[in-house]
Design a protein. Sequence first.
Length: 95
Amino acid sequence: MLAIGERRADRLPFTRLRRAIRDKRRVALHYADEGGRESERKVRPLALAFHPPAWLLISWCELRSDFRNFRLDRIASCEATAECFADDVVFLAGS
């Protein structure tokens, strides 16, 4: 049995997120934090990483204006938007 907020790996949005990362498209997320509080975020997806026991989306969160990691099993829904972003050395360096 899975804990609240955990989903089976075959139900995580890997394909959708990999495509958004490759195409450099912003993603709209509906996300629930550890306490179950839901929020809507618009992010620039940068990478997927496995940090046991969870898969993470590493991204730039436009709401927080900072880098954030989102657990894939806590993403209720995600949709790539039509908005693209460019690699920005100044942006990535934090200057």
